[in-house]
Design a protein. Structure first.
Length: 111
């Protein structure tokens, strides 16, 4: 698998791990969930940090590209998990961010 596609898929997995790691404490704190939700939350955030370390390019570049992917995954989370339909601005903004992330990654693996 080309480095570009591998990194893009890895960034999506990283974003899911971070969102899960943050959403579970939210369920505990704001929605009356069990304190036991913190255990998988911590594991998910550890997975998030580990996944970010797997990229073969500079950390700053990956963090920049990750930000764009994270936004798209968060909007997808809003729709799939929280059952709230994204509006056109959510979708347009997330699309722009994915394009920006792809440009950053493309530049990293162009050579």
């Amino acid at each position: 698998m080309p480095d570009f596609l591998h990194s893009l898929l890895l960034l999506f997995a990283t974003a899911v791990a971070e969102i899960v790691g943050c959403y579970l404490p939210y369920l505990w704190l704001r929605r009356g969930g069990s304190v036991l939700l913190l255990i998988p939350a911590v594991l998910s955030l550890a997975l998030f940090a580990w996944l970010l370390s797997l990229h073969p390019t500079a950390a700053g570049r990956i963090y920049a590209a990750y930000g764009g992917v994270y936004i798209a995954v968060a909007v997808s989370w809003l729709w799939l998990i929280e059952r709230q339909s994204p509006n056109r601005w959510d979708l347009f903004g997330a699309g722009l961010c994915v394009v920006g992330a792809a440009l950053i990654l493309f530049g990293a693996y162009k050579h």
